[in-house]
Design a protein around this ligand. Structure first.
Ligand code: NAD
Length: 491
């Protein structure tokens, strides 16, 4: 079946189990990043549509919370079964709307299902704690209760996992959800939500609103009947959301940007380090919060490493066929942002060793392809050292030794992920403990977190919460202390 036959041309909201277009009637084109062609339109929701979705969620939440968590888990398992049956269709949609190779899109669909399975299983646990009490004949424990209505907002970079990482933990905990989808990739969210419905998720438990961030997203965060907000996106927008939630004293989880360091020591396997640098900087066209964009290399191996990295960068093949390994970025705005930032760095004295422009050779000129780019001669305080570009652009820095590498790795507003390449156990341990990041890797890439593990950042990369893993249960539940006095007359 062609991808375009898998979805409606106007992607509707899903509110209270019904597909509806936004009341204002506006539409926003959805473009294929590979060639800029229009593939659909999303309905442009406003505050009134968001309010309808929140009301539907509120109405459905009580019964969903009263459904035993094990039973909620059965429904999530059924969702996984259907997602497994339709993986190919989901992958086709992801490939089309996000501009990905099919093998990558299949991998992402598989990652989303893995995450859903993990949280389906949590229905059989959803653990609290039993503790001791300081008082005789008194028992103390904690139980988890749903927050209520969860307002979820996601980015476009890996649309299927982004949906899964937020929606499934929120649901297993007994919340009803309003998801504001990413405006560049609304179709996969619509497809996954329809599967949830087909699998038996009661109407109103999962509601989708499509639209622009400043309209639908902001309205969801502002809505007073939303109990918890979970956001994946830029630090700029995360700060605004934190302010609103702070004013309302609303629970909020923020998964934000990164400018992640990858350190190459003098004892590293340089070929492996180059392979992992390319994977960190260029896979998913650099559109990972966990992508490696600051490559910090010991002086004694700098020239050799840079030569190999430039050669490996030149060998990257652009396109979305199975042979290509670097797709487009998500939209023209992102492309323009990174091209102009590289141009400013160059004007300030940086050397562009390879790339630096929009790519048009061998790929459609109307697509949003960025050449894989390596710069050096950049000041660590320069804009391009401190700003997340979310594209296939990295800067290489020369350092004298381990201490200098660690200082530079930590000299960033962000603290999401970090990686070191070394054969020294001592260096590896010192780095993983000393680097300011929520996730660290030895001899690999800056990415690679797994759905059963907690992910999140320090400094401007987040607000201290961790999702997914069992730690996501802390985001989507409230802990309640329960004290049982078994013989109160004797106390
Ligand atoms: P973005 O912040 O512009 O948008 C993300 C989402 O927020 C979109 O759905 C958008 O519509 C919505 N939004 C925009 N303005 C809003 C507002 N005022 N109120 C409410 N919602 C609003 O980010 P982007 O450029 O689309 O995504 C890339 C960013 O996401 C990068 O910074 C990347 O590092 C980050 N990201 C982080 C993680 C993580 O787990 N830490 C994962 C993926 C992406």
């Amino acid at each position: 079946m062609p991808s375009s036959a898998l979805y409606p041309q106007e992607i509707p909201n899903l509110i209270g189990g019904k597909e509806v277009l936004a009341k204002g009637g506006g539409l926003v084109p959805v473009l294929n990043p590979h060639d800029g062609s229009e593939i659909a339109h999303l309905t442009r929701s406003q505050a009134v549509d968001v309010a309808d979705a929140v009301a539907a969620a509120r109405a459905a939440q009580k019964d969903w919370a009263a459904t035993p968590a094990v039973r909620r888990g059965h429904i999530l398992h059924q969702i996984c079964n259907l997602l497994e049956e339709r993986t190919e269709d989901l992958a086709k949609i992801v490939a089309l709307e996000a501009g990905k190779r099919m093998p990558d899109a299949r991998g992402e669909a598989g990652g989303a299902i893995q995450c859903a399975r993990f949280f389906a299983g949590e229905g059989q646990r959803l653990f609290g704690r039993t503790m001791t009490s300081g008082v005789p004949n008194k028992y103390a424990m904690t139980v988890r209760q749903p927050c209520g209505v969860a307002g979820l907002i996601i980015a476009a970079n890996t649309p299927a996992p982004n949906f899964a990482w937020k929606v499934f933990p929120a649901l297993i905990c007994g919340n009803a959800v309003v998801l504001k989808t990413a405006e560049d990739t609304p179709i996969s969210s619509w497809f996954m939500a329809k599967i949830c419905e087909e699998a038996g998720l009661p109407a109103g438990v999962l509601n989708l609103v499509h639209g622009l961030g400043a309209e639908a997203g902001q309205a969801l965060v502002d809505h007073e009947d939303v109990d918890v907000v979970s956001f994946t996106g830029s630090t700029r927008v995360g700060r605004m959301i934190a302010e609103t939630c702070g004013r309302q004293l609303k629970k909020v989880s923020l998964e934000l940007g990164g400018k992640n360091p990858l350190v190459v020591c003098d004892d590293a396997d340089l070929d492996a380090a180059v392979t992992w640098t390319c994977a960190s900087a260029y896979s998913n066209a650099g559109q990972r919060c966990a992508s490696g964009s600051r490559i910090i290399v010991f002086a004694s191996v700098y020239d050799t490493f840079v030569e190999k990295l430039v050669a490996a960068t030149k060998a990257q093949t652009l396109g979305i066929t199975d042979g290509g390994n670097l797709g487009p970025v998500i939209n023209k705005r992102q492309l323009d942002t990174m091209v102009s930032c590289v141009a400013r760095a160059k004007a300030a004295g940086a050397r562009v060793l390879v790339g630096g422009e929009q790519a048009t050779e061998g790929v459609p000129a109307t697509g949003f392809y960025m050449q894989p780019t390596v710069l050096d001669g950049v000041d660590p305080q320069a804009e391009i050292s401190r700003t997340e570009l979310f594209g296939p652009v990295c800067v290489v820095y020369k350092v004298s030794d381990f201490d200098a590498a660690l200082i530079l790795a930590n000299d960033s507003p962000y603290g999401l992920t970090a990686c070191i390449h070394t054969k020294s156990f001592d260096r590896a341990m010192q780095f993983t403990y000393g680097v300011q990041a929520g996730a660290t890797v030895v001899n690999g890439g800056t990415f690679g977190s797994e759905p059963h593990m907690p992910f999140g950042g320090v400094k401007a990369s987040g607000n201290g919460t961790r999702e997914p893993g069992t730690e996501a249960l802390d985001v989507y539940t409230e802990l309640k202390d329960v004290y049982l006095n078994i013989t109160p007359d004797r106390l």
